[in-house]
Design a protein around this ligand. Structure first.
Ligand code: ADP
Ligand code: ASP
Ligand code: MG
Length: 420
């Protein structure tokens, strides 16, 4: 990406919840931002709510009702980031620097009106650039925006990553650095599999799959933005000086692995509808009604029909379960379908790798590994570079570790470079 003809480099640094988890950590962030500025860069910070805060706010809402107005819920949960930007700006000023904080609406992060998972449509970077030109560090609230009617919106869990990359794209920044509590992107979540290895680089495409499959180190929309606008994206630790992982275009120097990462998603829930009439238009009706409520459906499994009826199972995000259940209850009644059951104790484990394009038998190897561990597969889905299995959540960590070993990803396993 171009540096827009500027003399100084412009860097966007994003600090996640753990990195601003208490005042000492915010002071550490202030120090890092000032050091980057002193090194000759213009600096824009994007910060998240203090760790645990967004969950706390959602819990308060939930104590009143499991079916809140989504507009008002966004008003509540967006406040976590407001506290963080103010405190980080004060920390910078106290260390002798200049800083100005911005909420989403103040720097015109305009989104659509899909409350709780809004998409950024446009950012007016001029207010941020104005203060940066005057030597300030701009401290922007992640996760929040404003719609065309002036309503506060939020971008979905983990959305501060997307704020950061979108700002980096809008300002044509030289780099976007995502600071978190691990020192890069690993072959799998290092908190689940201690044998996980840090990757020096990963392609946008593989990162996109990993993020979409539950590797919450980057929100999927942030990777989409980075890929679309060619933003060089670094994932680094705010607690060390490790160079981290660069998310970039695929190239010949990347490791040649059949499977390059394993993702685990515990945020999905299963809904099953029994005895769904087997006739054209039924699936369209059920999934159309879910789509009308902006509920994203992931895996879908339909059993072969018996006596003109079949069972339908699909997964949705846990946060959407109540809403999805309400929708399905209504539509099932209209269709004359049978009982509805739900299950939150599921996990989705996925293997990802561009190398799968050139290797056969990868899915079978995955199923065999799970079977050897005695793990039952409830649903399967595949793409060109991914295989996902839904399994009982109690086996999630065992499955990740077994697959990590099976596909040669453990630390110390032999690595090969791609042939040039
Ligand atoms: P932040 O609050 O900084 O945004 P998150 O908790 O959203 O941090 O993301 C960082 C976490 O992502 C790590 O602590 C780790 O448990 C998890 N994670 C999942 N998959 C991976 C992976 N492949 N590489 C690194 N971290 C991962
Ligand atoms: N605070 C929000 C969340 O917890 C956004 C973020 O941290 O990226 O999901
Ligand atoms: Mg995050």
């Amino acid at each position: 990406m171009a540096s827009a003809g500027r003399k100084r480099k412009l860097i966007v640094q994003k600090y996640g919840g753990t990195s601003v988890g208490d005042i000492a950590r915010m002071q550490n962030v202030a120090g890092r931002a000032l050091a980057a500025q002193k090194a000759g860069n213009d600096v824009v910070l994007v910060v998240s709510a203090m760790s645990g805060e967004t969950n706390r706010l959602l819990k308060l809402v939930n104590e009143i009702t499991p079916r809140p107005s989504e507009r008002e819920q966004d008003v509540v949960v967006a406040t976590g980031e407001q506290v963080s930007v103010g405190l980080v700006a004060i920390a910078i000023q106290t260390q002798g620097g200049k800083a100005t904080s911005f909420l989403g609406h103040q720097c015109r992060i305009v989104t659509d009106s899909t409350f709780s998972k809004a998409r950024i449509q446009q950012i007016d970077g001029s207010r941020i650039l104005d203060v940066v030109k005057q030597g300030h560090i701009a401290v922007v609230a992640g996760f929040q925006g404003v719609d065309e009617h002036g309503n506060i919106t939020t971008l979905g869990r983990g959305g501060s990553d997307t704020t950061a990359v979108a700002i980096a794209a809008a300002l044509e920044a030289d780099a976007c650095e995502i600071y978190t509590d691990v020192d890069g992107v690993y072959t799998t979540d290092p908190n689940v599999a201690p044998a996980a290895r840090k990757l020096d680089r990963i392609s946008y495409e593989e990162m996109l799959e990993l993020a979409s499959l539950g590797a919450k180190v980057l929100q999927i929309r942030s990777v989409e933005f980075a890929m679309k606008y060619r933003v060089p994206l670094w994932v680094k630790s705010s607690f060390s000086d490790d160079p981290g992982t660069l998310v970039c275009e695929e190239d010949a120097t990347m490791e040649d692995l059949v499977v390059s990462g394993i993702a685990l998603d515990r945020n999905e829930a299963r809904i099953s509808i029994r005895d769904v009439p087997d006739r054209p238009g039924v699936a369209a009706k059920i999934f159309g009604a879910l789509d009308d409520k902006a509920i994203v459906v992931d895996l879908i499994v339909q059993n072969p029909p018996l006596g003109g009826k079949s069972d339908l199972t699909f997964t949705v995000g846990k946060a959407d379960l109540t809403k999805a259940h309400d929708v399905v209850k209504k539509v099932s009644k209209e269709l004359g379908a049978g009982d509805i059951s739900t299950d939150q104790d599921i996990a989705k484990v996925s293997i990802v790798g561009v190398g799968m394009r050139n290797h056969s038998g990868v899915a079978a190897r995955m199923f065999r590994t799970l079977s050897t561990e005695g793990i039952n597969i409830m649903a399967i889905s595949t793409s060109e570079i991914r295989v996902s299995c839904v399994i009982p959540s109690k086996y999630a960590e065992l499955a990740v570790r077994a697959l990590h070993t099976e596909f040669g990803l453990d630390q110390g396993a032999k690595k090969t470079k791609k042939a040039k």
